[in-house]
Design a protein around this ligand. Structure first.
Ligand code: CAO
Length: 438
């Protein structure tokens, strides 16, 4: 019997993904949970695991294709081994059964799946000579998947005018959308104008190698640039005495390790920050400038910056205020491991209300993290080290942890930021505070 594996639901707001690498070939035997295709979303690269078992009979995709949820990926036929197994139950029942359900119920790929959105239907480029657009799209010089060409044609976008962000300049659906959006928005307000300056010819001074920016790098650059330009941000610094905490942490490390977690400073900080956000709810908001509103979130989701070989990723510990440190330590270990293996689902990197960036495992005495917009604050952590502290009578060796809180000064005043960070420092120094006030 033949069955088809389709693109599962990858996360809220993700309407298309681009095929980066196909990990299997016709004739391969695949199993449930085995990654079969690597796709790129606007957040990250993700390996998509199969929800079916069998021998690959047909591949419905090519590198560079843009796929929507429900697009068929591959069709398998049962072989003897599959029939003997008699079941396709995945090792991780919850995740894979959800995906299997999606795969079964999702509509097969059709022209309707990727549609131009309402906002881009009245593109001014419609006024451009349609023959010119057609001829560029028909030409072979611009690398793009047929679905991307079709999408551009529907919008009246001349693909020769679009810069491709995929490998070797390949056009993605997002490139076409971005291009269309820029055309619609027209020139920006004067206050938002960016004056890019031409680069010098570096080759005058020696050999250079040019490398296209990866999608993660491009998105990180876009987000940092947006935050830097639109958020007036200030960094407030403090120090926490973690001498006692370090002793306690060492005492409880082993049992948490046995449970699959790692009791680190970061895991403890996630819990403390979640309690601080309950006590100081202004730090758990977003600013809606257009509607002149402060959006107060009734949930606390803490994002943790993870350094991975492919770039910075920020998985999210949801409802961190409702979890204990042990549960957070286990979840963080799992998220950080999967982030480094590029196995996070896009949904696992969305919805943070506050972020933590701990560079202390590497080193540093202080830094200014950039607010992860639309959040309004971020906690940077540098390396805790033993230093001589005056206790009123003598110098004592104490382990001091440098903390740096960057906040959106449109919404948060300096005094409030100082109080927030002091509370975090005191909770690190005296964990009983969590019990009393957290
Ligand atoms: N000061 C002193 N020691 C620290 C520390 C700090 N600030 N942070 C972590 N440590 C210790 C941990 O407690 C652990 O100690 P033990 O081995 O004694 O248990 C050790 O360093 C290793 O910790 P870790 O790095 O494996 O785990 P973590 O939970 O502390 O950090 C993570 C996890 C994902 C935050 C980290 O691995 C990472 O990727 N950091 C980089 C984040 C980043 O790139 N930020 C920049 C974003 S903006 O460009």
């Amino acid at each position: 019997m033949a069955s088809t594996f389709a693109v599962p639901e990858l996360g809220e707001g993700i309407d298309a993904v681009e095929v980066v690498t196909i990990l299997v070939a016709v004739g391969d035997r695949i199993e449930v949970g085995q990654p079969v295709v690597e796709v790129e979303t606007d957040k990250a690269s993700v390996e998509v695991p199969s929800t079916i078992t069998g021998v690959v009979e047909t591949l419905h995709i090519e590198v560079g294709d843009s796929l929507a949820t429900g697009s068929p990926v591959l069709t398998v036929v049962e072989d003897e081994a599959t029939q003997e197994d008699g079941n396709d139950n995945p090792p991780d029942e919850s995740r894979n059964s959800r995906e299997a359900e999606n795969a079964e119920t999702s509509a097969p790929f059709s022209e309707e799946v990727i549609k131009p959105t309402e906002s881009v239907k009245s593109l001014p480029v419609q006024e451009a000579d349609p023959r010119q657009a057609e001829s560029s799209q028909a030409g072979t010089k611009v690398p793009a998947a047929p679905s991307v060409r079709r999408f551009a044609r529907e919008l009246g976008v001349d693909i020769s005018q679009v810069t491709g962000s995929g490998s070797e300049g390949r056009l993605t659906l997002d490139d076409v959308k971005d291009h269309a959006r820029h055309l619609l928005e027209g020139p920006r307000a004067t206050s938002d104008v960016h004056f890019p300056r031409p680069l010098p010819d570096f080759k005058r001074w020696g050999d250079v190698e040019e490398q296209p920016m990866s999608k993660i790098r491009r998105l990180t650059a876009e987000r940092m640039d947006h935050s830097w330009r639109s958020v007036p941000q200030v960094t407030h610094n403090d120090l926490a005495n973690i001498t006692d905490l370090e002793h306690t942490r060492r005492r409880f490390k082993a049992p948490i390790e046995e449970a699959g977690g790692k009791l680190t400073v970061t895991a403890i900080l996630v819990k403390i920050v979640a309690s601080a956000l309950k006590r100081f709810p202004d730090f758990n908001t977003s600013l809606d400038v257009e509607r002149q509103l402060v959006v107060k979130k009734q949930y606390i989701n803490v994002g943790v910056a993870v350094d991975t070989p492919s770039g910075l990723l920020v998985p999210v510990i949801r409802n961190a205020d409702t979890k204990n440190v042990k549960a957070i330590a286990i979840e963080m270990q799992d998220l950080a491991t999967r982030a480094r293996e590029r196995k996070l689902l896009p949904d696992e990197m969305q919805g943070a209300t506050f972020s933590i960036s701990n560079l202390g495992g590497i080193g540093g005495t202080g830094f200014s993290p950039i607010v992860n917009w639309p959040e309004v604050a971020i906690l940077g952590v540098s390396r805790g080290r033993v230093q001589a502290e005056w206790n009123g009578e003598a110098f004592e060796p104490r382990t001091m942890l440098p903390l740096s809180l960057t906040y959106d000064h449109r919404l948060i005043d300096g005094a409030e930021a100082a109080r927030f960070l002091r509370w975090v420092a005191e909770a690190l120094e005296e964990p009983m505070l969590l019990v009393l006030e957290g």
